[in-house]
Write a new protein. Structure first.
Length: 330
């Protein structure tokens, strides 16, 4: 082969390689997903996070044509599941439900994970907490419960709804502070989510829970608990008989939990774009809207960039709240 021929062949090969490289990203996005995708949920089966993840997974499967299998990875106040999402291969075949706890756990010294440990894909849900008591509780209104808590020594009343320092714990702390009480006036009993906490409430092991009303709904409808108030600016239309704290006590205190979908850091941009687009279709679907509305779950959309900004803002706010409550070790 002459030098000229060799040069021409080399140039041709380089051009082919470059063309292949340029075409690789679209081809990869086009083919994705080529096999089942795992959706990790950091909280137990039966809670609001699990329910939201399962409807999202079912609709993604319907749209993208591959199974989206929900796997509950509980433990460590959310650390186990969030770690499993963050440390998975960034190939699009492991995604997960990120929850508000990712903006709290590192402040507690439980993990080094922060919102920046992930590729954000979409924000899809936000819910305020409710104040629930068992059906056998002597407290018929939140004002009655509050007066009893004020009169009791610190730690006599016990509450739960999530792990130590989780959103429902901070909701309780915020309520105590809004009433001028110490952050630890009510003792917190850590749990792996709202569902086990509500079961413990119904069994008489707790005095109250501060999870969302939708998460408490099954136990409430079974006649084993009732919700006295929600920590929100307005009533939930699905639970119109549950007053706000402002209505019931004159306290203007509101907070909430959020849920979104994320992937390991460094997910290829074309896969992230495809997943965000698919999640927007899920969010806009009648099936998702009906599912969330029927359970009283709040819906809010944020694309990848909006979700990232939302998490960063929440991370800073939660850090300030936890420091004020003496829960931060950072």
């Amino acid at each position: 082969m002459s030098k000229i021929t060799r040069r021409a062949f080399a140039a041709s090969s380089a051009a082919v390689a470059a063309s292949a490289a340029l075409g690789l990203a679209p081809a990869r996005a086009q083919a994705y997903p080529a096999r089942p995708v795992t959706v990790i949920v950091p909280w137990g089966a039966g809670g609001g996070t699990d329910a939201t993840a399962r409807i999202v997974a079912a609709l993604l499967e319907k749209d993208l044509g591959q199974p989206f299998n929900v796997v509950n990875r509980t433990g460590g106040s959310g650390v186990v599941g969030h770690t499993a999402i963050a440390t998975a291969q960034p190939d699009g075949y492991t995604i997960g439900m990120l929850t508000v706890e990712i903006s709290m756990m590192h402040w507690q010294g439980l993990t080094e994970l922060t919102p920046k440990s992930y590729t954000p894909l979409a924000l899809m849900n936000e819910d305020p907490p409710g104040i629930q008591v068992s059906s056998s509780s002597p407290y018929k209104t939140v004002k009655d419960l509050a007066e009893a808590i004020k009169a009791a020594p610190p730690g006599k009343f016990k509450a739960s709804g999530t792990g130590q320092g989780g959103i429902w714990h901070l909701a309780l702390v915020g309520w105590m502070q809004a009433m001028g009480l110490p952050a630890n006036q009510v003792a917190w009993v850590p749990s792996n989510g709202a569902a086990p906490a509500m079961q413990d409430l119904a069994a008489g092991g707790l005095d109250l829970t501060t999870c969302s009303v939708p998460e408490a709904r099954a136990i409430i409808e079974a006649g084993k608990a009732r919700s006295l108030a929600i920590m929100a600016p307005a009533r939930n239309p699905i639970f119109p008989d549950v007053p706000t704290l402002k209505e019931a006590m004159g306290i203007e205190y509101a907070t909430g939990a959020w849920r979104g979908i994320g992937a390991p850091k460094n997910l290829p941009p074309e896969l992230a774009t495809k997943l965000t687009a698919a999640l927007k279709k899920v969010y806009d679907s009648a099936e998702f809207k009906d599912f969330m509305s029927n359970r009283g779950f709040g819906t809010v959309w944020g694309d990848a960039g909006q979700f990232a900004g939302f998490m960063d803002k929440g991370d800073a706010q939660m850090g300030e709240a936890m420091k004020a409550a003496g829960l931060s070790k950072a």
